[in-house]
Design a protein around this ligand. Sequence first.
Ligand code: GRG
Length: 277
Amino acid sequence: MDPRGYLVDCASLVDPELDAALPAASAQPERLHAAMRHLVFPGGKRLRPGLAFAAAAAVGAAPKAALPLAVGVELVHTWSLVHDDLPCMDDDDERRGRPTVHVAFDEATAVLAGDALLALAFEVVLAPEGDLARRAAAARELALAAGAGALVGGQVNDLAFDRACANVALVESIHWRKTAALISAAIVGGATLGGASEQQTERLRAFGGRIGVAFQIADDLIDAGEDGCSLVALVGEEAARARGEELLEQALADLAPFGSRADALRGLGLFALRRKE
Ligand code: GRG
């Protein structure tokens, strides 16, 4: 399984739906709509949609059963990046080699574009089509991953992070909330739309949490993770890499009962840790 090729195929499935969901850049208020689209297109790796499709396949459904959640999770991810780049957060001028939204537009527009992306995510996942109970369950996963108990709460702890008082458990708890919860929601939500049983859901949740933390460790290894909340900075490169491999091994064990249907998830799990970008 070639994870890069798989993600390219996933992008061709999810991108037209993202385009259809977003307000046209030519519609009023044009500036807001252009700002909402700025980071969605051309976009990044589309890893979270890919995981949602792969999770639907793992439970025996057609990957496109996960499409509403794939769109929703990419919109939540984009919201988090737009807000993370703001001057009051990481204060970044560039993302993916392009100006960040507050630089290309202005700060107020970036805040509002992020807010609108977050609301749109739930509009898409909760559209009144298909199995509404499953859509509601997938939307709840996404809400839990975005809110105070996960992404936003993790960001608060990250902003206040002081390495002098840190330990591995605190760093992993922040990684879990900031990064792994949304990755896990992509997987659990995709599987939910694919008709997963409760038992399958819990295994996939464990897999998602583990590869999510491994994904963040990979990110810190790529960045050389010298500042902020980073396992690499806390325990060194070798120990951080070993922890990532341990999480990956446990994550692959979570997938054992799914057999070959989970091959795409396995490939993306390996990619999450061993990628170079
Ligand atoms: C919503 C106020 C507010 C803050 C958001 C957690 C967070 C704060 C923002 C996320 C920013 C971030 C860098 C999180 C770590 C997760 C991570 C490594 C994101 C990058 O994900 P990729 O590599 O990105 O999948 P692409 O560019 O490929 O989409």
